[in-house]
Write a protein that binds this ligand. Structure first.
Ligand code: MG
Length: 377
């Protein structure tokens, strides 16, 4: 149990959570703990410590050099994997505070959720999956767990970050989407915030980078409705004002919808614990209309943005670089940095090479490719 005592007579973590959180929230004192037991911290709760461990990890810092949808060559203003993660954490905390869920757990889950992404986003993931298809495959969600359990090593006493089972369960849920286990509301909420965030910011970035126009978006149900409202409010709004307000209103509408829909449903229940929510298989949902409108927007983004010829080219170039580097490092023994060579002993060369490549930023991947191909000339 969490016996953290309040410094200088302030509230303990347990007292604070008891006073603020809803009965259905995950409480620190109910945590199932860590794989390697540790003494509790005297003023930070377990999920606060997890949040800090993730924030201070090398894998988290590398997110600044990993693309979300658009690459560093395409400008300086669009989202990176890091700023996406920060937006998810911010929106998830807003939702969590309104629903009186555990914000510390939510923030830890949000900062962690994309930590296993390889260079070049889903293109990189698909390339590594192909390289490793006969060696267990590759998924960024599973790699997030490997980073947290084995590869990050800030502590001398145990491998990994030794996160609580609640944070690892959240990532495990992402890695095993077909699992019958219904996760905690905090885990579900971060998933919902992820979707709200990328729908809003991918739309915003795609207009700013001229992949699509506001006129295109006015033909879709959700963005069309919001654009008409904005034009009514600001009758002489220029395109930049329209775009910025659209991104804002897309988030506002989705957050409000989830809060209203969920509050109405939670009022009909009398959950007394987080476990009760999971046993009852309660799921956070948005309204049916918004779900349909989001699907329409996501299909549009897929066809017009993610599969745009410019991104297809980025995708195939990145996949070529990763596959070529994979073959190179598999063939050349002792070619990896020392700690990656050590992993060969436990997981075999192909997977150790996969981990090395997955840990790279986009820029470092390009740099290694240039070095390896120059040396081969
Ligand atoms: Mg994400």
């Amino acid at each position: 149990m969490n016996t953290v005592t309040g410094a200088m007579g302030l509230m303990t973590i347990d007292q604070r959570e008891e006073a603020i959180l809803a009965p259905y929230a995950t409480k620190s004192r109910e945590s199932l703990g860590r794989e390697f037991p540790e003494k509790e911290h005297h003023y930070r709760g377990p999920f606060q410590r997890d949040r800090d461990r993730i924030l201070h990890s090398a894998a988290y810092r590398r997110l600044s050099g990993k693309m979300q949808v658009f690459t560093g060559d395409q400008g300086d203003y669009h989202r990176t994997r890091l700023t996406h993660t920060q937006e998810v954490a911010s929106i998830a905390r807003t939702l969590g505070r309104a629903l009186r869920l555990n914000e510390d757990l939510i923030e830890a889950l949000a900062l962690f959720h994309d930590i296993g992404h390889p260079p070049y986003g889903h293109a990189g993931e698909d390339a590594l999956q192909e390289c490793l298809k006969n060696h267990g495959g590759f998924s960024h969600n599973q790699f997030g767990l490997t980073l947290a359990r084995e590869l990050e090593n800030p502590y001398p006493d145990f491998p990994g970050l030794n996160l609580t089972r609640e944070v690892l369960a959240g990532q495990d849920h992402r890695a095993h989407k077909d699992s019958p286990i219904v996760p905690s509301l905090e885990v579900q909420l971060v998933d919902a915030a992820d979707s709200m965030t990328y729908d809003a910011h991918d739309t915003d970035d795609a207009v700013k980078l001229a992949f699509v126009t506001l006129d295109d978006l006015s033909e879709l149900s959700l963005t069309g409705r919001l654009l008409r409202d904005i034009q009514q409010k600001f009758t002489s709004a220029d395109p930049r004002t329209l775009r910025r307000n659209l991104a804002h209103d897309l988030i506002e509408l989705q957050v409000t919808n989830l809060l209203e829909t969920t509050t109405a449903r939670l009022e009909q229940t009398d959950f007394s614990s987080s476990a009760g929510v999971q046993e009852a298989r309660f799921r956070l949902v948005i309204s049916e209309q918004l779900r349909r409108e989001k699907s329409e927007l996501e299909e549009f983004l897929y066809d017009r943005v993610y599969r745009h010829e410019e991104l297809i080219r980025v995708r195939s170039d990145a996949q070529h670089r990763l596959k070529m580097l994979f073959l190179h490092f598999c063939a050349q023994h002792q070619s990896l940095p020392e700690r990656n060579e050590q992993r060969v002993q436990t997981i075999g060369r192909p997977r150790a090479v996969g981990e090395y490549l997955a840990s790279m930023t986009d820029r470092y991947c390009d740099q290694r490719f240039d070095e390896v191909t120059a040396a081969g000339d």
